[in-house]
Design a protein around this ligand. Structure first.
Ligand code: HDL
Ligand code: ZN
Length: 405
C-alpha cells in the first residue's frame, strides 16, 4: 500500500535549476546535457588525464562522448550521478543493454521540448517545480523584462547570491538599473534594496527568496551580508509573507579549472541559523546544509523553531546512503514536519532519476516507521498514508508558504 501511494503521489520539487520553455536555451534537456552535468564532469576528470582546457574546447557532444566512453563503457556507471543517467534512459523506454549513445541521441532528436516537458513531468510524477531565478543573470533578466508566458508548472524563487555575497558589484549593478545605492549601505540604500527585492518578488511571483552561503557564514557578522539580511531581506520577506531559504556550506571554486564542477563543501555553523530564527520569530526560514556533519544539529534546531522548515539532501548529500540516514533521522526527530527532498536538477531529464531514487528511499523509511507503529498496535490506514505522503512530497512546503507567524 505504501508502495502504490508513494509511487502515485505528485511532487512539488521545491529547488531546481530548471527553466520553463519560455526561457529558451536556459532550459537544458537531452542526453548530451545529461551526460555533461557537472557532477559527471568532476567524475570524468578523476579518471582522465585530458588537459582541462582541451575538454572545455570540445563541443557538448564531444564532451558527452568522452564522458560516456570513460564513465559508462570503460568502467561501470556505479556512482549515483552515473546511475541516474541509466535510470533516465531506462525510464524513457530506451534499451540500456545496447549501451548505444547514437541510438539514444536519435531518439532524443525526435522529441520536441514542449511535449518532452509533459513526458518528464509524467514519468517523474511531478506536479510543479520551483526554478532558481537570478535578476543579476544577463541571460535570464530579459525574459522577465519582456513578460514571457511561463508554464504555470514552473514557479519562481528569487535567488540573491550576488546581492548578499558580492555587495560591491551588486551595488554597482543596482546603480546602473536606477536604484540610488551606495556601497556604505546607508538607510536610503537599504530602502532602495528593499524596493529592488519587492519589485522582483512581484514580477516573478516568487515563492521564496534564496541564497547559498559559505561554510564560514555567521550571524551576526560585521559584513554587508548581515546588514542586508537584517534590514532588507527579512523585512521584505515579512511584507510578502514569504520564506528566506538559506543553503549553507558550499565552498565555491575549490578547483576553478572544473568550472561549475569546482565547488566543494565544509562544515558550517548552524548557530547562525539558530540566532536568525530566534531574533526574527515573525520571519519564515527554509534551510538546507551541505555538510553531513551539520545534519543532526540542523534537525535539532528545527525542533526549536516553528519558523524553520528544513529541506532536502542537497548536492553531495543527494546519494542513497545519506538520503536514507538523514531522512530516517529527521523522521525520528521531527515526525513528518520537514521537506525530505528537492532534486536540484539542472537538466530537465534528471528529475526522472532524482525523484525515482528518492521516492524509493522515502518509501523505505516510511515503511520502517509504520512498521514500528504497527508493532505497538497502531496500524496506519490508507488515508493516513496518503495524507503523510502528500505532506512530505509538497504539502509541507505549500502549507509553510501560507503560514503567518
Ligand atoms: O547553489 C546551488 O543552488 C547549488 O545547487 C549549485 O547550483 C550546484 O552547482 C548544484 O547544482 N548542486 O546540485
Ligand atoms: Zn541548487
Amino acid at each position: 500500500m505504501v508502495d502504490t501511494i508513494l509511487n502515485s503521489s505528485q511532487i512539488t520539487d521545491i529547488h531546481t535549476h530548471l527553466f520553463s520553455p519560455a526561457f529558451g536555451e536556459l532550459l537544458l534537456w537531452g542526453i548530451d546535457e545529461v551526460l555533461t552535468y557537472h557532477y559527471l564532469v568532476a567524475e570524468y576528470f578523476r579518471v582522465s588525464d585530458m588537459p582541462y582546457e582541451q575538454f572545455w574546447a570540445m563541443t557538448k557532444q564531444q564532451q558527452a562522448d568522452a564522458i560516456w566512453q570513460t564513465l559508462f563503457i570503460r568502467q561501470s556507471p556505479l556512482s549515483e550521478a552515473c546511475r541516474g543517467v541509466v535510470t533516465v534512459l531506462n525510464s524513457l523506454g530506451l534499451d540500456v543493454s545496447k549501451r548505444d549513445l547514437q541510438e539514444y541521441r536519435a531518439w532524443y532528436a525526435e522529441q520536441d521540448v514542449e511535449s518532452f516537458v509533459d513526458t518528464v513531468f509524467k514519468v517523474a510524477g511531478l506536479k510543479s517545480v520551483v526554478m532558481t531565478n537570478d535578476p543579476f543573470d544577463p541571460t535570464e533578466r530579459p525574459v522577465w523584462e519582456r513578460n514571457a508566458a511561463i508554464d504555470p508548472r514552473f514557479h519562481a524563487a528569487l535567488r540573491i547570491d550576488p546581492l548578499l555575497n558580492d555587495w560591491p558589484n551588486a551595488c554597482e549593478k543596482l546603480k546602473g538599473w536606477g536604484y540610488a545605492a551606495d556601497a556604505a549601505l546607508s538607510e536610503k540604500t537599504q530602502k532602495e534594496v528593499r524596493r529592488f527585492l519587492s519589485g522582483w518578488i512581484t514580477r516573478m511571483k516568487a515563492l521564496y527568496m534564496a541564497v547559498s552561503l559559505p561554510p564560514d557564514f555567521a550571524f551576526p557578522e560585521d559584513l554587508p551580508r548581515a546588514k542586508l539580511i537584517e534590514h532588507c531581506v527579512l523585512p521584505v520577506a515579512r511584507e510578502h509573507n514569504l520564506p528566506f531559504a538559506m543553503m549553507v556550506g558550499v565552498k565555491r571554486q575549490v578547483n576553478p579549472t572544473l568550472k561549475l564542477a569546482g565547488d566543494g563543501v565544509d562544515k558550517a555553523d548552524v548557530g547562525a541559523l539558530e540566532r536568525l530564527c530566534a531574533q526574527f520569530p515573525r520571519n519564515k526560514f527554509m534551510a538546507t546544509f551541505l555538510s553531513r556533519e551539520n545534519q543532526h544539529t540542523l534537525s535539532v534546531t528545527a525542533r526549536k523553531f516553528r519558523n524553520l522548515m528544513i529541506f532536502g539532501c542537497w548536492w553531495f548529500l543527494n546519494d542513497p546512503s545519506f538520503i536514507r540516514e538523514i531522512t530516517r533521522m529527521r523522521m525520528e526527530l521531527l515526525g513528518p514536519s520537514f521537506i525530505p527532498q528537492h532534486s536540484d536538477a539542472r537538466v530537465l531529464d534528471q528529475v526522472i532519476y532524482k525523484w525515482t531514487h528518492s521516492r524509493a528511499l522515502i518509501k523505505e523509511v516510511l515503511i520502517e516507521k509504520y512498521g514500528d507503529l504497527a508493532a505497538s498496535g497502531w496500524q496506519v490506514t490508507q488515508e493516513e498514508i496518503q495524507r503523510d505522503a502528500e505532506m512530505l512530497l509538497g504539502g509541507n512546503f505549500w502549507d509553510f508558504l501560507e503560514r503567518r507567524l
